[in-house]
Design a protein. Structure first.
Length: 468
């Protein structure tokens, strides 16, 4: 799926559970009403249509959407089901797992410790965790925040998935991902890593004298009145909690694969409603959650040792979309997908939460942004191309982690979990997604493409070919 491809998710996949299929044809509940009467009929109608299209184009039981402009919620509601088995409708207050959207909460918690003088982002990680093996490298704490540390990501390790249902503690988790060699020297490149944010959670606990959960509750959730934001463990009863699903056979769904929620931890453990996420976003921007200086640091691009900037701050992706600056983050975890975005130049915030691993919240968020801003919706103008062009692009490509295979099948090209629609000159779009662009680079005549490039959300990644 594209969300995984963009490395915005906590998890690289969520396996289908060997469970009974839930029919997709259950009676549809009425759509949730807009949370705020300022949602005029035209905008509400556009969002309704976009949500219904999203539910059918990339099947999901339910979607909740929140839109905030100029500090005021102008739309918040739900579509479809939060729980298929109980036919509970999705609403503006439904609590979904948010995956890696958690990271901005962790980054803000770290900045509170910076403000108190307890944490210095320029200091070496081992000054705080002397027993952690950095393989002889100096790792400034800041490089954990902007994914430039080089520390092996634990969700890319097979042994993690073999133990993913176990409630592993910090000692076992640190032992798991501290052993492997660094993927690169700290600061040499950007590479998304959940291990860095797990370590930040451990630092927060050590420096605050509180558990990660207690620190977030007492310093962020409670003072900011985020009553539907939680460390979403499996056991506690949480009012309005959505169930997670994956696409099954015969146009149905299966329950998501179990996962111990001790493992996502500070990288992806939280759950929230769209209304709470918009409140959180407003608290960050207004200087209520952290100081204005801290938020400025969170939204500043990091730099590699060679001076090149990266499109990531502290727990936040930084890009330009629709001709506007965008501060955002996506999330994915077993049975759920999430997107929280802010366009600061027009003070527009959008939250989209979906309870299916096949959901595409980033695509829906982009379409909602254009609707609110009165922009025309782009469409993918697919054309017919010679079979040789499709076969030229087929192969396996590796950007340095998580190789991707494009395959030719039944007259079409498939990759990243999607059928890829050709639009000419070696350019493809995932089905129905005009905001994501995949280019098969030109090479010697008769040879396969030497590489492909993926552009989405203002960022471009090159994938060199490694095999046919």
């Amino acid at each position: 799926m594209i969300g995984t491809m963009l490395r915005s998710s906590f998890l690289p996949f969520a396996a289908l559970a060997a469970a009974a299929l839930v029919p997709a044809c259950a009676p549809e509940p009425p759509d949730s009403p807009a949370h705020d009467a300022r949602a005029d009929g035209e905008l509400a109608g556009q969002i309704h249509e976009l949500a219904q299209d999203a539910l059918s184009d990339h099947p999901a039981p339910g979607i909740s959407i929140g839109v905030q402009q100029d500090g005021e919620i102008i739309f918040a509601g739900g579509f479809g089901y939060a729980d298929l088995e109980h036919e509970a409708p999705a609403t503006a207050d439904t609590v979904y797992r948010i995956g890696s959207v958690t990271k901005q909460f962790t980054a803000a918690a770290a900045m509170l410790l910076v403000e108190e003088g307890k944490l210095d982002l320029s200091r070496d990680l081992r000054e705080y965790l002397p027993d952690y093996d950095t393989h002889g490298f100096s790792v400034p704490v800041e490089r954990l925040l902007n994914h430039t540390s080089g520390i092996k990501g634990y969700t890319e390790m097979p042994e993690f998935w073999e133990r993913s249902r176990l409630d592993l503690g910090h000692e076992a988790m640190l032992e798991m991902f501290s052993g492997p060699a660094f993927e690169f020297e700290p600061g040499d490149r950007y590479q998304y890593s959940n291990s860095g944010y797990y370590l930040l959670g451990v630092l927060i606990e050590q420096l605050s004298g509180m558990s990660y959960t207690a620190f977030l509750e007492t310093r962020l959730f409670e003072p900011l009145a985020l009553g539907r934001t939680h460390y979403l463990r499996n056991g506690p009863l949480v009012p309005g909690r959505a169930e997670g699903y994956e696409a099954g056979e015969d146009e149905g769904f299966v329950n998501d694969e179990p996962l111990s929620m001790e493992l996502p931890y500070a990288a992806g453990s939280l759950g929230a409603s769209v209304v709470d996420l918009l409140g959180w976003q407003r608290a960050l921007v207004s200087g209520t959650a952290v100081s204005p200086a801290s938020y400025e640091a969170m939204t500043a691009r990091g730099n590699l040792v060679n001076g090149d900037p990266v499109n990531y701050g502290y727990g936040l992706s930084l890009s330009e979309v629709h001709g506007l600056a965008k501060v955002s983050h996506g999330g994915g975890i077993n049975g759920f997908r999430a997107q929280l975005a802010l366009y600061p130049e027009v003070d527009l915030g959008i939250a989209v939460l979906i309870n299916s691993g096949s959901g595409r919240p980033g695509l829906l968020e982009n379409r909602i942004a254009r609707a609110v801003l009165g922009m025309e919706q782009p469409v993918v103008e697919e054309i017919e191309v010679p079979e040789a062009e499709l076969r030229r692009c087929a192969g396996t490509y590796d950007p340095g982690r998580s190789p991707v295979t494009l395959r030719f099948e039944d007259g079409s090209l498939f990759g990243f979990g999607e059928r890829l629609a050709p639009v000419g000159d070696g350019v493809f779009h995932p089905d129905g997604d005009p905001f994501t662009r995949i280019v098969c680079e030109s090479g010697p005549e008769g040879a396969g493409a030497p590489a492909l490039t993926l552009s989405s959300g203002g960022a471009t990644t090159r994938y060199p070919r490694v095999s046919d």
